[in-house]
Write a protein that binds this ligand. Structure first.
Ligand code: COA
Ligand code: MG
Length: 315
C-alpha cells in the first residue's frame, strides 16, 4: 500500500505527445505533475511520431522535481505494447508513472505490470514505475474494487468523464467534462455516484483519487466549482488540460491556513487526551475520525512545505 509519501498530485497537466512546443511550457509550469499523452489527444497518423517525441522530451528536458507521467494507448490497441516498450526502454528512468486508459478488468493491469517488470529488468531500472488507472467505462467502474486492489504498482485512480459518458450513453446534450448546462440537465451533481464509487475504492486501498479535467478552459468559475465538488467528494487532485487551469486547481487542493490551524488544534487536543475518546474543541466534537482527517491535512501540508520545519515532527 502506498501512503502519504507520494509526490503532491494536485494538478496533472496533460500535454499531447506530438506537440513538442507544449512540452517545454509544461515542464516549467506550476503543475505538480505533467502527463505526456499518447492516447486521445494524438491523431492515429501521429501515434508513432508522438511516441518518439515523448522519448526526446523525456531525455532532453528537466522537470524540476515534478511528477512525470506517460499515458499510453488502451491495452487492447495495436499501440499500447509498443508505447510501453519503446518509451520505458529509452527513457524509463525519467518516468514516475504509466497512465493506463480505459481499464475494464484487472487483466488489463496484470498485462501492463508484467510487461513493465520485464522492461525494467532488461533496462536495469532501479526505481519501479507506478501505475495510474483510468476509470472511464461502465465495465471499469463496475469492477473498480477489484481493479484498485489488483497490483501493488497502482498508486492512483483517475476518473475519465468524457469516455465514461460515452460508455453509458448520455448523448451529447452536455459535454460534462466541459460543464455546460449541467444544472439544467440533472438536479444535483450528475457525476456524484461514479466519482464517489471510485474514491471509495481508491481510499480503501490507500490510493490517490483524481478527478477528470474540465474541458472549458476559458471558464475559470466553472473550473473552480468543478474542483470544489471533486475535493468535497474526496479527490486529491484533478487533471488539467491548459496552463491557465493550473493555479485555480492547485489552490483548491491546497489546505488553507485556517484548515492547517484547525488540524494543528485537533492534533494537539488529541495528544492531550491520548485518543481516549470524544472531546470538544472550539465548541465542536472531535473524535478519532476527526483526528485521522486532521492528520491527513497535516501530512499534505508537510508535503507541500506549508508547515515551518520546527513544527513538522510534532504530529
Ligand atoms: N500544455 C502545455 N502548454 C499548453 C497546453 C498544455 N496542455 N495547452 C496550451 N498550451 C500553451 C499553448 O501552446 C500556448 O503557448 P504559446 O503562448 O507559447 O503559444 C499557450 O499555452 C496558450 O494556449 P491557447 O492558445 O490558449 O490554447 P491552444 O489553442 O494552443 O490549445 C488545446 C488549446 C485545448 C488544444 C490545448 O490546451 C491542449 O491540447 N490541451 C491538452 C489536451 C489533452 O491533452 N487532452 C487529453 C487529455 S484529456
Ligand atoms: Mg479518456
Amino acid at each position: 500500500m502506498h501512503d502519504g509519501a507520494l509526490k503532491p498530485c494536485r494538478t496533472i497537466l496533460s500535454v499531447p505527445g506530438h506537440r513538442e512546443k507544449m512540452h517545454e511550457k509544461a515542464a516549467t509550469s506550476n503543475a505538480d505533475t505533467i502527463m505526456l499523452d499518447l492516447e486521445d489527444s494524438v491523431p492515429i497518423e501521429q501515434k508513432e511520431a508522438a511516441r518518439q517525441t515523448a522519448i526526446d522530451t523525456l531525455t532532453r528536458l528537466s522537470f524540476n522535481g515534478k511528477g512525470v507521467n506517460l499515458r499510453i494507448n488502451p491495452p487492447d490497441t495495436p499501440f499500447a505494447y509498443k508505447d510501453l516498450i519503446a518509451v520505458v526502454e529509452a527513457a524509463g528512468s525519467k518516468l514516475d508513472t504509466v497512465v493506463v486508459p480505459k481499464v475494464n478488468h484487472e487483466g488489463d493491469i496484470h498485462f501492463i505490470s508484467r510487461l513493465l517488470s520485464g522492461v525494467e529488468a532488461a533496462s536495469g531500472l532501479e526505481q519501479e514505475i507506478t501505475i495510474q488507472v483510468c476509470i472511464e467505462t461502465a465495465q471499469g467502474l463496475s469492477r473498480v474494487t477489484k481493479i484498485a486492489a489488483c497490483d501493488p504498482r497502482i498508486t492512483s485512480l483517475a476518473f475519465g468523464i468524457a469516455d465514461y459518458q460515452a460508455s453509458i450513453g448520455t448523448g451529447l446534450s452536455s459535454l460534462s467534462g466541459h460543464g455546460e448546462a449541467e444544472e439544467e440537465i440533472y438536479p444535483g451533481h450528475r457525476w456524484h455516484f461514479p466519482i464517489s464509487r471510485m474514491v471509495m475504492a481508491a481510499k480503501a486501498n490507500g490510493l490517490l483519487a483524481l478527478d477528470a479535467p474540465y474541458g472549458n478552459f476559458r471558464n475559470p468559475d466553472g473550473l473552480k466549482r468543478s474542483s470544489d465538488l471533486a475535493s468535497a467528494l474526496g479527490c486529491d487532485g484533478k487533471w488539467v488540460i491548459h496552463p491557465d487551469q493550473i493555479d485555480i486547481v492547485n489552490q483548491v487542493f491546497t489546505p488553507g491556513a485556517d484548515e492547517i490551524q484547525r488540524a494543528r488544534q485537533i492534533l494537539e487536543a488529541a495528544d492531550q487526551t491520548s485518543f481516549k475518546g470524544a472531546v470538544a474543541v472550539d465548541g465542536r466534537m472531535i473524535d478519532l475520525a476527526t483526528v485521522r482527517l486532521a492528520r491527513r491535512v497535516w501530512r499534505q501540508a508537510v508535503q507541500l512545505k506549508l508547515i515551518p520545519d520546527k513544527d513538522v515532527l510534532n504530529h
